[in-house]
Design a binder for this molecule. Structure first.
Ligand SMILES: Cc1cc2nc3c(=O)[nH]c(=O)nc-3n(C[C@H](O)[C@H](O)[C@H](O)COP(=O)(O)OP(=O)(O)OC[C@H]3O[C@@H](n4cnc5c(N)ncnc54)[C@H](O)[C@@H]3O)c2cc1C
Length: 339
């Protein structure tokens, strides 16, 4: 059981800046995110796109903003729990007990939900029996490409992820690339490379096919793919990879007894607290009269929610407002020497 003054759900821009605010006022915090990387929508949906309305930064990309926020957290030792989705939240002796899908348990008086539009989940294969092989022989993202070495890998999808991984893995594996259409959505240069590898016999291409079924008891043995005109082919394969993009869903947050309004959580504008004491919602996921779904709003909301956490985290101490420019305590926390 991990004890912390505050648990942040979501490592998007709001969650990151909220962590900074918590540490600045001397509270401990940990961050959980369902994605395998830090940055939320900025890194998942528009890493290369320029943003023009971050105060005092005339222009920066989604990735640059994320890197800057992470750099700002450098003085603090913050533990990130990536690839973990918060599934359960329940009351326990006046504080909250939080459980992730990987079984990590937290005990905290304060939960700050910075969950954006909900958790990003991969779109999955339709046949039900695929679930049994998930994270063993069927994957929707790659954590360790070495497991595919000298194996047969069947990749499904028509976008950049499917094409890029087909090229990369073809260096050391036998690749089948299956797509339900004739046209691919990936970059032309990548597609040209795939076609060259296909001519060289390094990638077997199957277009207008989709997954029909899967065979194997404990280990995956083969799959069946079916074409638009119902032609079925059996492919022997060790691994199957599906790259069909991400869907966003509110997910488990909907079941925590919070006041939900059109997939957002209602909060007050003093503490950004929900209808549950000690649970706050900030950033895109919260709603109140006049809410603007902008990054700068998330920063303000996080700063106030962090201050609200103080009373429950340190009930015997009084929170004192201080400026970073002049506070010796804050400078110590930031590791800044001198005045
Ligand atoms: C194309 C595009 C362009 C944009 N341009 C601008 C712009 O120019 N200026 C601007 O201000 N805003 C812009 N935005 C909006 C901006 O990106 C959002 O306002 C911002 O990302 C919200 O940040 P957030 O931290 O609240 O949520 P998010 O960035 O959505 O992050 C939420 C995180 O929470 C995680 N999560 C959710 N539920 C769980 C759970 N149960 N367990 C674990 N993790 C969970 C998700 O995986 C996600 O990583 C743009 C958005 C898009 C899509």
């Amino acid at each position: 059981m991990i004890k912390t003054n505050a648990l942040i759900i979501g490592a998007g821009p709001t969650g990151l800046f909220t962590a900074h605010q918590l540490k600045l006022i001397g509270l401990s915090c940990e961050i959980v995110d369902n994605l395998d990387k830090i940055g939320g929508q900025c890194i998942e949906l528009y890493p290369d796109k320029p943003i023009y309305d971050i105060p005092a930064i005339p222009e920066c990309t989604g990735e640059e903003l994320t890197n800057n926020l992470v750099n700002q957290l450098k003085p603090f030792d913050i533990k990130f729990h990536l690839n973990e989705r918060v599934d359960e939240v329940k009351k326990s002796n006046g504080s909250w007990e939080v459980k992730t899908n990987k079984g990590t348990l937290f005990n905290t008086p304060n939960i700050i939900i910075a969950g954006g539009v909900g958790s990003f989940e991969p779109r999955k294969f339709a046949p039900k029996e695929c679930e049994k092989f998930e994270d063993k022989s069927i994957f929707y993202s790659i954590r360790d490409k070495n497991i595919f070495k000298d194996k047969t890998v069947t990749i499904f999808g028509g976008g950049d992820s499917a094409l890029d991984w087909a090229i990369e893995l073809s260096k050391n594996s036998k690749i089948n690339l299956v797509h339900r259409r004739d046209e691919f959505r990936g970059a032309q240069a990548t597609l040209d490379q795939v076609k060259t590898l296909s001519k060289e016999g390094k990638i077997d291409l199957y277009t207008k096919y989709q997954l029909k079924g899967i065979e194997g008891n404990n280990e995956l043995e083969s799959i069946e793919i079916i074409s638009d005109n119902n032609e079925v082919k059996k492919l022997k394969t060790d691994y199957v990879l599906g790259f069909f993009g991400l869907i966003m869903q509110l997910g488990p947050i909907a079941n925590w007894g919070l006041n939900i309004d059109k997939k957002t959580i209602k909060v007050d504008t003093e503490k950004f607290e929900t209808n549950q004491k000690g649970i706050y919602a900030v950033g895109d996921i919260c709603t109140y009269p006049g809410k603007l779904k902008l990054i700068l709003s998330g920063f303000h909301e996080g700063a106030l929610a962090a201050r609200a956490c103080f009373a429950l985290a340190k009930p015997n101490e009084k929170y004192r407002f201080e400026f970073t420019t002049s506070s010796k305590t804050i400078k110590d926390r930031l590791g800044i020497k001198g005045d």
